[in-house]
Design a protein around this ligand. Structure first.
Ligand code: ATP
Ligand code: MG
Length: 416
């Protein structure tokens, strides 16, 4: 037997309705906020992620699925959703259209991670990208959208908020961080020792316990923000209050991607262990310039659909089941089956979810099957029914029956 690759998952027919529910709700909320869907390819030129995501991030350093295609081009499976959208925004000249441009996507994401509960090698994200809004209002709107969706899915998740400043304030902050960690290098993990030289900010995002402890007393970026960044951050906080969004300022949230400027945020829960971040995002005003376009402000987030579903399960949120089969037409004999096939076709033509036997089974087994799939009614047709033109319709929940003309079945159920 060939097994599923490590870190990937099947969504089985019995559970796909949960995905439809979450994705449907995401689309509904996105539409409410005036966003349209964008779809970009599953793979891009590796160069896009090197320039867009940044070569000091975990994602680019360790986690990308990169290969040479048959034309010797270096190709990478999307390790996140933002860079592909940014490429498309530029390539299609979307900046020439109505701005701000509000978009969302639902996409698979590939990262070569150490698989654990809530940490997969292929996962899925609902993501939002808004280009062309430089003010704090866009940050607040994007955050409110994420919160609205999580709440509509029955989840109460804590919002952690921070500002990573602009390249100017961040340079000062990086100096302060280097000063702080200078005499602690031996206690850092090997990766963080490297981060210390290349991008000390990344140390704050380390998941090693030892490093986490050392970060507790590290300098806070919020103490190093320049006046403009401070004003922007205050603006975001004020508008969030205005929109009834509770938050905690967490000065150690730096996010795992290089493109962020100013606002960063995470929606976190404690009920999923260390995989508690269900949604992360922020502002990325330098991304478009980084990949070769004119500087364009952007804000967005990515929400992990698997983690949202895990959390909904952990919290006991009930997801409405898909509508059951309205009527199963059980048959005895070839002539009855032919008639039933026509009846079921007509029922379906009229929007009634109907089913009949496909396994040549006896009536008893057909009833058993109808019960298993949760059919609401079973109508039985045999030779006697064919000659009388009438059949029995049984309501499975309480066993009550009613006699209905075979040719009246459509009328009977359409009205139901
Ligand atoms: P983490 O800190 O958990 O590694 P991240 O910062 O790498 O997350 P992002 O790049 O911001 O995550 O991705 C957005 C969201 O996608 C995360 O908040 C999370 O819900 C989900 N996510 C990220 N990586 C995985 C993964 N390997 N498996 C499942 N979901 C994931
Ligand atoms: Mg990660």
């Amino acid at each position: 037997m060939i097994n599923i690759p490590k870190g990937t998952k099947d969504v089985l027919p019995s559970e796909s309705y949960k995905w439809h529910y979450v994705e449907g709700m995401a689309k509904e909320v996105a539409s409410l906020y005036g966003l349209n869907e964008i779809r970009t390819p599953t793979f891009e030129h590796t160069e896009l992620f090197l320039r867009g995501v940044g070569d000091t991030t975990d994602i680019v350093n360790k986690e990308m699925y990169t290969f040479l295609d048959k034309g010797e081009r270096s190709i990478t499976l999307k390790p996140e959703g933002t860079a592909g959208v940014a490429r498309s925004f530029l390539e299609n000249g979307l900046f020439n259209g109505a701005m701000p441009l509000k978009m969302y996507y639902i996409t698979p994401v590939f990262r070569y991670e150490n698989p654990q509960k809530g940490r997969l090698r292929e996962h899925h994200q609902f993501g939002v990208e808004i280009y062309g809004g430089a003010g704090a209002d866009t940050d607040a709107e994007v955050i409110k959208l994420a919160k609205t969706l999580l709440n509509k899915l029955g989840l109460e998740v804590k919002l952690n908020l921070n500002s990573m400043g602009c390249p100017t304030c961040r340079a000062e902050y990086n100096k302060a961080l280097k000063g702080y960690f200078a005499d602690k290098l031996d206690a850092l993990c090997p990766t963080c020792r490297e981060r210390y030289h290349k991008n000390p900010l990344r140390i704050l995002d380390c998941k090693e316990e030892g490093c986490k402890k050392l970060c507790v007393d590290a300098p806070k970026i919020t103490d190093y923000l320049c006046d403009d960044c401070k004003a922007h951050f205050n603006g975001v906080k004020e508008l969030l209050k205005e929109a009834n969004v509770d938050f905690i300022v967490n000065p150690y949230i730096v996010r795992g991607l290089d493109y962020y400027t100013r606002t960063v945020f995470e929606f976190v829960t404690t009920s999923l262990g260390s995989q508690g971040t269900v949604c992360g995002g922020g502002r990325y005003d330098n991304l478009i310039a980084q990949i070769g376009g004119n500087s364009t402000p952007g804000v967005g987030f990515g929400m992990g659909i698997e983690r949202v579903l895990m959390l909904m399960e952990a919290e006991g949120v009930e997801i409405p089941l898909p509508s059951p089969v309205k009527v199963y037409v059980a048959t005895m004999g070839e002539n009855a089956y032919k008639k039933a096939f026509g009846v079921v076709s007509k029922l379906r033509d009229n929007g009634v979810k109907a089913e009949l036997d496909h396994a040549g089974r006896g009536v008893k087994a057909q009833f058993k099957y109808a019960d298993k799939i949760g059919a609401e009614f079973v109508a039985t047709i045999g030779d006697n029914e064919l000659s009388s033109g009438k059949c029995n319709v049984k309501r499975m929940a309480d066993g009550t029956t009613e006699e209905v003309g075979i040719d009246d079945l459509v009328k009977y159920f359409v009205g139901e």
